[in-house]
Design a protein around this ligand. Structure first.
Ligand code: DHB
Length: 397
């Protein structure tokens, strides 16, 4: 098969790019390893910047994000047992929308199907080659019910996009000696994430720093809630009964105000490891990396999906310019343009993570210093605005 843009990865980033390209009549094919059901049921983050919402609604993906999504006008920072509300409209004239990432995928996948997009699920890429030529090539196996798993298939394209997530095959296919650089740090903790059938505990999200570690009280609907607590990366979900989880979460939000979580049955438990990672440049020849394939942020600032969408906007405009004018100027600028925002998001996510989490091995000075930082941010309008501006999202390039 031959196409203009080959896209490896059918998550939100790959599908949004495919959608935007098809709307401009630019041929593209998406290859995705997993099946639709698996992605639709993989629970991830849930906060969309206004700009990400606009990219879905104004390009005709679907309006479900507006009807099912929940507009949030702030978050709570909780420390020393006290909550501090950051009011985003007052601070920076912006809001965010709580809408689960797997629902974003469902909407994009439905829009691609509706519009006749060529999205091939259960296709496993085993090779990407000729990246420095004008015809990069992908080899893959079609493992879906209609495919022949033994037959190696080939997709030839003008431009190849690796939007295949944090363990990106595309990124790792580029050899050590190719002149790129990887930047990364690991964190000595992970998040234990749950879904529970319970009412909301509080109108806004709560990001809690406590002597027992971080907790995030998020939401999904009136009847389903999403919560996380900092845990050891080696934690096994089977060691955690509902009772044990609730008492751990409650400890982390306890305070003199008597705040109590509203509990319910827990029906999903996952340990989510995380790190900070950036590949520079975000391109190799005619292969361009986007989203988690190029960079991963820790989840504390809710930036992952939003950053991926920002990459896609820059990359889409660059591809469109190339296809319509033959000029590669914007494609050549893609990596530098996208990386400016990437490093801002890396800084914000690192900052939120280190300010809100605790380390078992920490010098107590560090623990007190972080509380000083939280006090600085919450007691000053400038401090609140700095956080609110980053959380709601810097203007797209
Ligand atoms: C959610 C996840 C995040 O990492 C975050 O910062 C806010 C919300 C969520 O899953 O709801």
């Amino acid at each position: 098969t031959r196409t203009t843009v080959g896209i490896v990865g059918g998550g939100p980033a790959g599908l949004l790019l495919s959608h935007l390209l098809s709307q401009q009549g630019i041929e593209n094919v998406v290859l995705e390893k997993r099946d639709h059901e698996t992605i639709a049921n993989t629970h991830r983050a849930g906060i969309l910047e206004q700009q990400a919402v606009t990219m879905l609604t104004e390009t005709g993906v679907d309006g479900r994000v507006l009807t099912e999504g929940d507009e949030h006008s702030g978050i709570n920072l909780r420390f020393n047992g006290e909550s501090h509300l950051l009011d985003f409209p007052d601070l920076v004239d912006a809001t965010v929308t709580l809408y689960a990432q797997n629902e974003v995928f469902v909407d994009l996948a439905a829009a691609r199907k509706r519009d006749g997009g060529d999205v091939r699920y259960e296709c496993e890429v085993v090779d990407v080659l000729d990246l420095k030529t004008d015809t990069p090539k992908v080899r893959f196996h079609d493992l879906s019910a209609g495919g022949d798993p033994n037959q190696l298939q080939e997709l030839l394209c003008d431009i190849l996009v690796g939007a295949d997530g944090s363990r990106s095959f595309c990124r790792r296919a580029v050899g050590e000696a190719e002149g790129h650089r990887d930047f990364k740090i690991e964190y000595p903790f992970a998040w234990f994430g749950i879904l529970t059938g319970a009412p909301k505990s509080f109108p806004e999200l709560i990001y809690a720093n406590s002597p027992h570690g971080f907790a995030l009280i998020s939401q999904r609907s009136e009847t389903v809630q999403r919560m996380y607590f900092q845990c050891d990366p080696g934690e096994n979900v089977d060691d955690w009964s509902d009772d044990r989880i609730w008492s751990e979460l409650q400890k982390r939000v306890d305070g003199p105000d008597g705040f109590q979580l509203k509990t319910g049955p827990i029906f999903d438990k996952t340990v989510l490891g995380f790190r900070s990672f950036v590949r520079e440049p975000m391109r190799h020849g005619n292969m361009f990396l986007a989203g988690d394939a190029a960079h991963t942020v820790p989840p504390t600032g809710a930036k992952g999906l939003n950053l991926a969408f920002a990459d896609i906007k820059v990359l889409f405009e660059a591809i469109e310019s190339y296809v319509s004018t033959g000029s590669k100027d914007l494609l050549d600028a893609y990596s530098d343009t996208a990386l400016k925002r990437v490093w801002k998001a890396q800084n914000f996510s690192y900052w939120m993570t280190s300010m809100l989490h605790t380390r078992q091995d920490a010098n107590p000075f560090e623990t007190k210093r972080a509380l000083g930082e939280l006090e600085t941010v919450t007691s000053s309008r400038y401090g609140q605005q700095y956080l609110a501006e980053s959380y709601t999202g810097w203007p797209h390039a």
